[in-house]
Design a protein around this ligand. Structure first.
Ligand code: HEM
Length: 226
């Protein structure tokens, strides 16, 4: 029953919410489509939390995506044990970086001045990412070799979801930490259109389409005018 909830119901509800509510929010409340920055209130702790979190998680999510998109190529790469060990160690390092960043961000929310402007949605966001970091690092340490078994279990299960033939037998025997990790991932997707998570849909791509900024020195001209 719990497996059905985690591996079928929650994923489909989350995908539906993300697909329907995200465009609605974009067109109905364009000005709320943001991460509601608190940088102007507190920036020192933010730097030490946000930078490790983002560097860790962006590279790790790229790793998750590469495994999902090219399972056979990744499988042949990881069939060499030294490569598997190296990749797992890098992933663990990145996971610890993300975990450190998240713990600092939780501390910032709880104990600095921005506590006064912290809403329930901010706590949901931060606790969901903390959950991803804790359960991910746990698997990296105690459920070896995650990169390998991910390819034979989670990846085909994700494809089975996409083809509308969910096969939970592929993942129901996996450790509880994996189930909590997956539940957290889909809850992130479900909350995406309602919280500041939405910013990761535009921040990386917005940059690409920004008009180029032209910088000019004005000192010389002023000097001539004087
Ligand atoms: C359905 C989606 C997901 C699946 C199936 C999945 C699966 C996994 C697996 C199997 C591992 C262990 C890898 C290893 O042992 O090296 C892992 C690690 C990790 N995942 Fe996910 N993941 C998902 C989504 C996410 C999301 C959305 C985030 C972050 C927002 C995330 C963050 C992490 C982190 C931080 C690690 C730790 C890496 C390490 O320390 O080795 N995952 N994930």
């Amino acid at each position: 029953m719990l497996d059905l909830l985690i591996f079928v119901a929650v994923p489909y509800i989350s995908i539906a919410l993300a697909l329907v509510v995200t465009p609605y929010r974009y067109f109905s409340g364009r000005l709320t489509w943001s991460a509601y920055s608190t940088q102007f209130l507190e920036r020192k702790t933010l730097f030490w939390g946000s930078v490790p979190w983002h560097y860790g998680v962006i590279l790790l999510l790229a790793g998750h995506a590469i495994g999902f998109l090219f399972p056979s190529a990744v499988q042949s790469l990881l069939s060499n044990f030294s490569t598997l060990l190296a990749m797992e160690s890098i992933a663990l390092g990145l996971g610890l970086l993300a975990l450190l960043g998240t713990v600092i961000l939780v501390f910032r929310r709880a104990f600095t001045g921005i506590r006064a402007v912290t809403e329930v949605a901010d706590w949901i966001v931060i606790l969901l990412v903390l959950n991803q970091a804790i359960t991910g690092v746990y698997m990296g340490l105690f459920a070896r070799w995650g990169m390998e078994w991910y390819l034979h279990t989670a990846v085909p299960w994700l494809y089975s979801l996409l083809t509308l033939k969910p096969n939970i037998a592929l993942v129901s025997g996996l450790p509880l930490m994996f189930k909590i990790h997956v539940l957290g991932a889909f809850l992130i997707l479900a909350f995406l259109p309602f919280t500041k998570f939405v910013h990761f849909l535009f921040l990386p791509f917005g940059f690409l389409f920004d008009p180029p900024i032209l910088y000019r020195w004005v000192r010389d001209r002023r000097a001539k005018r004087i």
